[in-house]
Design a protein around this ligand. Structure first.
Ligand SMILES: [Fe+2]
Length: 367
């Protein structure tokens, strides 16, 4: 990628083609101190109110800077590397981390260790990279006093409060409003598919775990649905096209949202899975279509529940697990409350928290 000049016009050459850069695009980026607040990096002028007839009167390249005089009297000196970083229309930090597919054969995944200064450390950067690669991460030795999970969440970004509160306590109780608060086996699911938007990331912190059962289970929705696309394309197609209704009701709220079980982005690539068979309602469709839909959903459920796709491990006190709720399904094996205490705390954060932190640490450590 190179910037070249020709008769007061600025071009970028990406090795394959040469395109002119719109003069207004450059004018929007002038960063002298009367145009850009140095502290906030926010503009001090409003380009949307400016005359669009901006012309370059003079342009030169000197020592890595593009020096431009515009016809409105503004002279600027633009850092060429900074301009080049904007030529990609994609997010170059998060999207450049490749997702690693995994199933039950996943071994030796790195656990992280909480310590003083953790949230501003290189270790935190590595943790976030691992999180985006695998969709989950486990941090050991996280303090458990005074609902520390909320402080943990707020040290990465901001806790996402819901009607379950800022955080929730996962222990069996009488008259539960969710099966999470029982001792039953929980098959793989994503949390809160009925919310708009669905919470992006769940944190689960083990406070006590004295029972023999109560293992945590995880399944990679990305691996499973990519395999389904290859092996059963017609099932993949219908599951990524039909929107179903998810709902949650208790005495103070009625939540509802509609989505495909496999939600794709604008490029028809994986974006999000939702799966919670206790809460989904398929719309009334013609019988043949529903026939196919039910077969497809059964297949997807079989894959999510297959041992081949599941990892299973026991969280110890002070272990904190962070899961991408758009990618990874979680569950637990049943346990006997007579064997002892099992107490986990949970809360949510959204992707702005992890993305903002990751970009900040990348800048801080010049990575
Ligand atoms: Fe859950």
């Amino acid at each position: 990628m190179k910037i070249v000049l020709n008769e007061n016009k600025v071009f970028f050459n990406n090795g394959k083609s040469v395109e002119e850069i719109h003069p207004f695009w450059l004018r929007e980026r002038v960063d002298g101190e009367e145009f850009l607040d140095k502290g906030t990096q926010q503009r001090l002028f409003d380009p949307s109110t400016m005359n669009g007839e901006i012309i370059i009167k003079k342009a030169e390249i000197k020592n890595g800077f593009l020096e431009v005089d515009f016809n409105d009297g503004v002279k600027s000196k633009l850092d060429i590397n900074k301009l080049k970083s904007e030529f990609s229309n994609k997010d170059t930090v998060i999207k450049s981390i490749p997702k690693k597919k995994w199933d039950s054969t996943l071994k030796n995944i790195k656990n992280f260790e909480y310590k003083e200064g953790f949230f501003e450390s290189k270790e935190m950067y590595d943790l976030l990279i691992s999180f985006y690669e695998f969709g989950f991460v486990v941090i050991k030795n996280v303090p458990t006093e005074n609902n520390y999970i909320v402080k943990f969440a707020n040290s990465i970004g901001s806790v996402r409060r819901t009607n379950f509160g800022e955080h929730f306590n996962v222990k069996s109780k009488s008259n539960p409003n969710d099966l999470a608060y029982t001792t039953l086996h929980l098959s793989p699911h994503t949390d809160n598919p009925y919310r708009n938007p669905v919470p992006c990331i769940q944190l689960l912190h083990c406070i006590e775990n004295e029972v023999k059962g109560g293992f945590s289970t995880l399944v990679d929705g990305y691996t499973v649905t990519e395999n389904l696309k290859k092996d059963n394309p017609e099932f993949y197609k219908i599951l990524s096209e039909v929107k179903v209704r998810f709902k949650f009701t208790d005495k103070s709220v009625m939540l509802e949202d509609w989505s495909e079980l496999i939600h794709l982005d604008d490029n028809k690539e994986f974006k999000q899975v939702r799966f919670s068979p206790r809460l989904d309602y398929v719309p009334m469709l013609e019988k043949n279509k529903l026939d196919l839909y039910y077969k497809a959903r059964k297949k997807l459920s079989d894959l999510y529940n297959s041992e081949k796709n599941r990892i299973e491990f026991k969280l110890a006190p002070k272990d904190l697990m962070m899961m991408d709720n758009y990618r990874v399904l979680h569950g637990r094996t049943k346990f006997d409350p007579d064997e002892g205490k099992r107490f986990l705390q949970g809360c949510y954060i959204d992707f702005d928290s992890t993305e903002g932190k990751l970009r900040h640490l990348k800048r801080k450590f010049k990575l």
